[in-house]
Design a protein around this ligand. Structure first.
Ligand code: PHE
Length: 344
């Protein structure tokens, strides 16, 4: 038996450390081969006994260092195998990208609002915004409401007590006036927003609701443009082939004025109920901007003409999802809200 020396131990260690112990079988084989009853360490210990006395101290130290290094290699491999097994056992894959963090769903009013705005966006309308607390001029006078118009009445409008000229806007048409005053035609804008009316809360009415207003002013804008724009909107929102009709109506700020209806159908009992037996559903008010309104905002009505429209978002959301009670939009009941998922 040759004498044990540092060089041989270094060689043995290099070989042992070169062994990749990446599964349980290899680890166990390594343990038996090195630490087992007939393993390498046992053999080396036997040879150590034969080392001559004067060399024992030096060879003994080398052998101890070898044992420690061998054990360290084994422990490290065992440690990483255990960690992998733990991770697998907990069902965790650390290499996977993290999942989507649920942040609730969009409010149905928001879903419909975005859908409508994106349709008008594709037709070239940009979005404009205005204040909810308004003055008489922007909500009424600038829109041609006569002094004694009932909408100004305390019954319909919330006034600000400390300043009687201030009120909560009753419609988004106020933003039309602000934009006409601020900008030069051509104007092609949609104006979403919250509006307020002094109404008792019920399944069909609420003191707070939302509208989307539209305004298009340019040279030679005609009623045909109004009708075609609203038809294009209805077809995109309610589906290709949707039928619309325009019924004469009255608004102080449009002339002529109309209500737009969408054909809903008359097949089921529900159809009959929600269309009051006509098959048609009223969607919005619209009309050609009254020349007096253009002039009041500093736009030359001989050079320019335009159309405007306004729709209630709640009403359209109720139709879209057949929601029977307006109050559901304002109660923030998560059981109601979490049903609305949408790409908008
Ligand atoms: N402002 C009207 C309303 O709230 C709707 C409307 C807007 C009508 C624009 C015509 C033109 O009822």
């Amino acid at each position: 038996m040759s004498t044990l020396n540092q060089a041989e131990l270094d060689g043995l260690l290099a070989t042992a450390q070169g062994e990749v112990l990446d599964n349980e079988e290899k680890l166990e084989a390594f343990r038996i081969a090195h630490f087992g009853r007939q393993g390498l360490l046992k053999a080396l210990n036997e040879r150590f006994r034969a080392v001559p006395g004067p060399e024992k101290r030096e060879v003994g130290q080398a052998l101890n260092a070898f044992k420690q290094a061998l054990q360290a290699h084994f422990d490290a491999a065992k440690g990483s195998l255990t960690a992998q097994a733990d991770a697998a056992g907990s069902g965790m894959d650390h290499t996977r990208p993290s999942g989507e963090v649920p942040l609730g769903s969009h409010h149905p009013i928001q879903v419909v609002r975005r859908e409508i705005l994106s349709i008008f966006d594709r037709m070239g309308f940009t979005v404009a915004d205005g204040p909810e607390i308004e003055d008489d001029w922007h909500v009424f006078s600038g829109l041609n409401f006569p002094e004694e118009h009932p909408a100004r009445d305390m019954q319909d409008t919330f006034f600000i007590q400390r300043n009687p000229d201030l009120l909560l806007r009753t419609h988004t048409s106020s933003v039309q006036v602000r934009e006409m005053e601020k900008r030069e035609p051509p104007l092609r804008i949609v104006m979403p927003g919250r509006v307020f009316r002094n109404e008792a809360i019920s399944a069909r009415a609420h003191c707070i609701f939302h509208q989307i207003e539209g305004l298009y002013i340019d040279r030679d804008v005609s009623f045909a443009d109004l009708k075609q724009t609203l038809l294009a909107f209805a077809e995109q929102f309610f589906g290709a082939g949707t039928k619309i009709r325009l019924r004469p109506s009255y608004f102080p700020f449009t002339e002529p004025s109309a209500e737009m209806d969408v054909y809903w159908g008359l097949e089921t009992e529900v159809d009959k109920r929600i269309t009051k037996g006509t098959g048609w559903l009223e969607i919005m008010g619209c009309g050609m901007v009254d020349p007096a309104v253009l002039e009041a905002s500093g736009i030359d009505s001989k050079e320019y003409s335009g159309f405007a429209f306004g729709m209630g978002i709640e009403r359209i959301a109720m139709l879209k999802w057949q929601i029977g009670d307006l109050r559901a939009f304002f109660e923030n009941d998560v059981r109601f809200l979490k049903q609305f998922t949408s790409s908008f």
